[in-house]
Design a protein around this ligand. Structure first.
Ligand code: PLP
Length: 421
């Protein structure tokens, strides 16, 4: 029943029932975790054959001996495969080591220390701000926090960031130097940036050294079995006269092994040259043997897509389960809404304003770990205390069922308490 149309007496009865239910939940002594946006062991099993590669076959198709130093831009064959999947020309895509997040951090540090090719000097000599579409990815925001970059929140809509807010801010303030963005099946709302939104972001007036961190971490992570063409951001940026504005990121962390895959950076020729120059001081070359393993394992872009369909088979039932339980338990009450994404790793649950922290606390006391309140917002401050990020991939189906059902009880109890207060 709709909690907003209940009388205080009805709501009181409902709260008593929910309190009983919650006490039973607590008595069950659960220890479940919905915080981890990690692949489950059965997903990792899909890539076990990689561990036996490359064996004696240590040369790439161009004849490079991958056991030795060098090749800072990475193996051309692998760059071609992921160039196709990320819509980046292979000669503008760098295949690097195991973490795209590390590349994002390094690029930001390099800009702070030296300035970008379009900067007057190091960013660190002035106030630097980044636009943070929210809810967003907590580790993006952590980079800003660590490096002293001021975060400016903008709304993440189902079509991508609110471009009117973005354009008004960048036009008025040259100290806005960057913007985080997960363009497909975003973390955590599952939103995918539309063509119109991207074109606006590429044409809006902004500082010459303004950069869009286009973190396409979930480009091929379909939950429906359909693959969407990635938007050709670098081409459109060049056509818009702002070729250096985007950095494109991707990695195989959630394709093969999390933390032991290959990460990619795509950018304009000038940005790639600048990055390579910085990198050449810190490394003599990436782990080409790991790149070769991935190249041999996939063969081509269709090999990656076929592999992702196997992930989809394992993950789609988990997301369907979450959608079903939330619908059954929460729909009628009208105190929560949630996403049902077509891809990616998360479900974003919005509860009654002012109750998210309490829901997380109740769940914790019942042995269900949820991501800390406010995690998806700059400075961990959810202005409405409303959003909870749910990561359904890692737990087994039966653990997931128990955990989501328990969370639903906490959502309802916190809402009833709040409405009665
Ligand atoms: N970007 C997004 C949006 C993510 O969700 C994650 C991991 O959860 C990463 C980047 C981390 O990627 P990597 O393992 O390549 O550093």
């Amino acid at each position: 029943m709709n909690y907003h149309s209940m009388s205080a007496a009805e709501l009181g009865v409902t709260r008593d029932e929910l309190t009983d239910l919650y006490e039973k939940l607590r008595a069950a002594g659960l220890s479940l975790d919905l915080t981890r946006g990690k692949p489950a062991p059965d997903q990792l099993d899909l890539s076990t054959p990689i561990l036996s590669l490359p064996g004696d076959d240590f040369r790439d198709p161009d004849g490079t001996d991958c056991r030795n130093y060098g090749g800072l831009t990475g193996l051309p064959g692998l760059r071609r495969i992921f160039g196709e999947l990320l819509a980046v020309p292979a000669d503008q895509l760098v295949a690097a080591n195991n973490s795209s997040l590390e590349i994002m951090y390094d690029l930001t540090v390099a800009a702070l220390l030296h300035g970008t090719p379009d900067s007057d000097g190091p960013w660190s000599r002035q106030t630097v701000k980044f636009l943070c579409p929210s809810p967003g990815y907590d580790r993006h925001f952590a980079i800003c926090e660590k490096l002293g970059i001021e975060m400016v929140m903008v709304d993440m809509l189902p079509t991508g960031p609110d471009v009117e807010q973005c354009a008004a801010l960048t036009a008025a303030d040259d100290s806005i130097k960057g913007m985080w963005l997960v363009p497909m099946y975003s973390n955590p709302t599952g939103a995918t940036v539309t063509e119109d939104v991207l074109r606006s972001l590429l044409t809006m007036p902004a500082a010459p050294d303004f950069r869009i961190y286009w973190d396409n971490a979930y480009a091929v992570h379909t939950l429906t079995g359909e693959f969407h063409e990635p938007l050709p951001i670098l081409q459109w940026a060049a056509e818009a006269g702002n070729p250096n504005r985007p950095y494109v990121f991707g990695s195989t962390s959630k394709i093969t092994f999390a933390g032991a895959g290959v990460a990619f950076l795509g950018a304009s020729a000038d940005n790639v040259a600048w990055h390579q120059q910085n990198q050449s001081v810190s490394t003599i070359g990436p782990d080409k043997l790991n790149q070769l393993r991935h190249l041999q394992f996939f063969g081509d872009a269709d090999g990656v897509r076929a592999h992702m369909l196997k992930h989809q088979e394992l993950l789609a039932p988990k997301f369907a389960l979450v959608a079903r339980i939330l619908d059954e338990r929460l729909s009628a009450s009208k105190v929560a809404s949630w996403t049902d994404p077509d891809g990616g790793y998360f479900v974003s649950l919005d509860v009654l304003d002012g109750t998210a922290a309490r829901v997380i606390e109740l769940a914790k006391d019942a042995g269900i770990a949820l991501t800390a309140a406010g995690s998806a917002f700059p400075y961990k401050q959810d202005p409405n205390d409303r959003n909870i990020r749910i990561a359904p991939t890692f737990p087994s189906l039966s653990d997931l069922e128990t955990a989501i059902d328990g969370v639903a009880t906490c959502v309802l109890l916190a809402a009833a308490d709040s409405l009665l207060a």
